[in-house]
Design a binder for this molecule. Structure first.
Ligand SMILES: Nc1ncnc2c1ncn2[C@@H]1O[C@H](COP(=O)(O)OP(=O)(O)OP(=O)(O)O)[C@@H](O)[C@H]1O
Length: 264
């Protein structure tokens, strides 16, 4: 199979994710074995509270695994310094931006931080890469606007541009389509697909847009209680993975259309 011959960017080995407090350890999911290949668009889906953000935070060293290991470019995550990691992996979170006073250009330029000197001076190469990221996300026309003046959809594109200007082989986004209308959800996910194909970057995103992800992703990670599965969408449809996502009383997965339907 073509994908398996491609370079593995990220891999987990028997990973358990969760939270540790003074009193107890809560395992959210365990036995996670996934591989992400170069140039793939990978969607992570699962019901509310199943552990998608926890998994993304563990894959990006924001929190530690309970057990097992994460490898990026074959090197254990715990052995990578913050600066090394910033050159391999960019992370786009949906939390409110603290730096909304910056212009779009300035915010996208923050992606160059791992490469700039301590005062953050941009070289002509940095400026070229920032402009390229603005172009790739089609936001050149708003580059002088302040971020607080932007709509949610525009801001989402700015955050993706910032990740692109960081120039990493791997981009991870936590719910990049939240608060967007149907058109802009499709727009953002198609943009991610195009970027993965054209730039060879591996892009992993979590989403509740299961129908769109099925249509666009090369692979999908499906999280259900006690099980995390990764495969191509068509194989996941055949194995009935999407049917296990939600209780069956309200909605059912239609294999022929690859979408969920309300039970009447
Ligand atoms: N800081 C934390 N400490 C302890 N438990 C947490 C913490 N953050 C999240 N959890 C718990 O971990 C579980 C998984 O949460 P997580 O946010 O990863 O789910 P999710 O799949 O991203 O959900 P959603 O789709 O609603 O965003 C939930 O039961 C949640 O309550």
């Amino acid at each position: 199979m073509e994908n398996n011959e491609q370079h593995i960017i990220l891999k987990t080995k028997n990973l358990s994710i969760g939270y540790v407090s003074k009193k107890a350890q809560t395992v959210i999911a365990s036995g996670i074995n996934i591989e992400l290949h170069q140039g793939e668009l990978v969607g992570l889906v699962g019901a509310n509270g199943i552990g998608k953000s926890t998994l993304l935070r563990t894959l990006t060293k924001v929190q530690n695994p309970i057990k097992g290991q994460v490898f990026i470019n074959n090197k254990p995550l715990e052995k990578q310094s913050a600066l090394d990691l910033a050159k391999i992996l960019s992370l786009v979170l949906t939390e409110k931006l603290i730096s909304k006073n910056l212009s779009v250009f300035e915010l996208v330029a923050l992606g160059r931080q791992p490469y700039t000197n301590w005062v953050g001076n941009l070289t002509s190469e940095d400026i070229f890469i920032v402009n390229q990221a603005l172009e790739q996300t089609h936001i050149e026309d708003i580059k002088h606007k302040k971020c607080f003046e932007l709509s949610d959809g525009q801001l989402q594109k700015v955050m993706i541009a910032r990740a692109l200007s960081q120039d990493t082989n791997l981009i991870i986004l936590d719910e990049p389509t939240t608060h967007l209308d149907m058109y802009h959800k499709a727009y953002i996910l198609k943009l991610l697909k195009k970027l993965a194909k054209e730039t060879g970057k591996t892009i992993l995103f979590s989403s509740h847009e299961i129908d769109l992800a099925i249509q666009l992703c090369d692979s999908m990670i499906v999280m259900t209680k006690g099980h995390v599965e990764i495969d191509q969408p068509c194989n996941l449809i055949q194995s009935g993975a999407f049917e296990k996502l939600f209780p069956k009383d309200l909605i059912a997965f239609d294999e022929t259309t690859g979408s969920f339907r309300i039970k009447k």
